[in-house]
Design a protein around this ligand. Sequence first.
Ligand SMILES: Nc1ncnc2c1ncn2[C@@H]1O[C@H](COP(=O)(O)OP(=O)(O)OP(=O)(O)O)[C@@H](O)[C@H]1O
Length: 196
Amino acid sequence: MLTTKNLGYWYDRPENSLFTDINLEFEQGQSYAIVGQSGSGKTTFLSLIAGLEKPRVGEIDYNGHSINDIGLTKYRQQNVSIVFQSYNLLTYMSPLNNLLTAMAVTKSSHQGNQKYAKDMLRKLGLTDEQMTKNVQRLSGGQKQRVAIARTMCCDAKLVVADEPTGNLDEENTPRSNPTLPRNRPRTKSLCDHCYS
Ligand SMILES: Nc1ncnc2c1ncn2[C@@H]1O[C@H](COP(=O)(O)OP(=O)(O)OP(=O)(O)O)[C@@H](O)[C@H]1O
């Protein structure tokens, strides 16, 4: 379980806090959606629970241990996989090599298993031809699907996805495609002025 305790964050000055006193519990095996207006701090909040940034105030516990005490790098390496808004793919490589590299770096149980990586890319709708050409030659939606496939290959205990379907068409989003995960997210507003 992941718990946030009185979480607060600001970039420049404390009086410009993006959010304060965020107390949430995320249970194992569940999907959650964080919703809010543009600029309300969703990406910032995700970067805190992914261990990319330290909170200014409060604490994040993972299975009863402060992620600060675990060490943010260790916490990330052992538990977290991130689907970034901007994909963060290795642009000089093919989709397949992106997956194989991530599987090696994270010591995935599927490390070195090309068939597993290819099957995952196929599941996400990439053709055999697309998976071996440079990722720079893919569309935004195709890159996003590679980023999702990469996450699925890495045995992560916690997947943090920032607008993972933002560049996908209707057919490739869970709402309209019954073959994609349909876990209904529990919706929570990030802060008072957000809508849900
Ligand atoms: N590195 C930074 N330095 C200073 N301010 C930042 C930085 N990153 C984000 N901000 C500001 O913090 C606020 C929240 O940004 P964030 O990206 O977390 O919002 P968001 O809710 O994810 O937005 P969107 O839905 O538009 O992606 C914004 O006003 C943004 O300008």
